[in-house]
Design a binder for this molecule. Structure first.
Ligand code: FES
Ligand code: FES
Length: 162
């Protein structure tokens, strides 16, 4: 099996993959980064969202080999350097933007990418941006509130890790 290398959460990472190995499986099983979840495996639910070269992507929809040489950020990379929750993560907790938490890593990654592009999104813009992420618990209302709160907090603090 060929070996691939990439940068993950600011550190070099490598491992052997088959041609059909999905990026999400490489992150979870080879690198042990199990914060990225697998919900559907068919690019519909968004639970597996990460950042690849700064853009949000669904990691169940990318072969690990195609991510060789890229710069990946996962939910583990969103914490502050001291291990405390990053701004977006903390806003989700504070504003009850999660219940079971299964969708949360993907929601946080996609929300963070929105706030990087658009630091003051409207409610409609937040809902539109999160359209590819499914939550079966919250009804989305508190997720939107959490993203709005993170936007307000980030006017004072940058997003962790990026
Ligand atoms: Fe990737 Fe659902 S597991 S979109
Ligand atoms: Fe349970 Fe979103 S909090 S799926």
């Amino acid at each position: 099996m060929p070996e691939i290398e990439m940068t993950v959460n600011g550190k070099p990472a490598k491992g052997n993959v088959e041609g059909r190995t999905l990026l999400v499986d490489f992150l979870r099983e080879t690198l042990g980064l199990t914060g990225t979840h697998v919900g559907c495996d068919t690019a519909q639910c968004g639970a597996c969202a990460i950042h690849m070269d700064g853009e949000p992507v669904k990691s169940c929809n990318i072969f690990a080999m195609d991510a060789a040489g890229t710069d990946i950020t996962t939910i583990e990379g969103m914490a502050n350097p001291d291990g405390s929750l990053g701004v977006v993560q903390a806003a989700f907790r504070e504003h009850h933007g999660l219940q079971c938490g299964f969708c949360t890593p993907g929601m946080v990654m996609v929300a963070a990418s929105l706030l990087k592009e658009n630091p003051e999104p409207t409610e409609a813009e937040i809902r539109e941006h999160l359209e590819g992420n499914i939550c079966r618990c919250t009804g989305y209302h508190n997720i939107v509130k959490a993203v709005q709160a993170a936007a307000a907090d980030m006017s004072a603090k940058p997003i962790a890790a990026e």
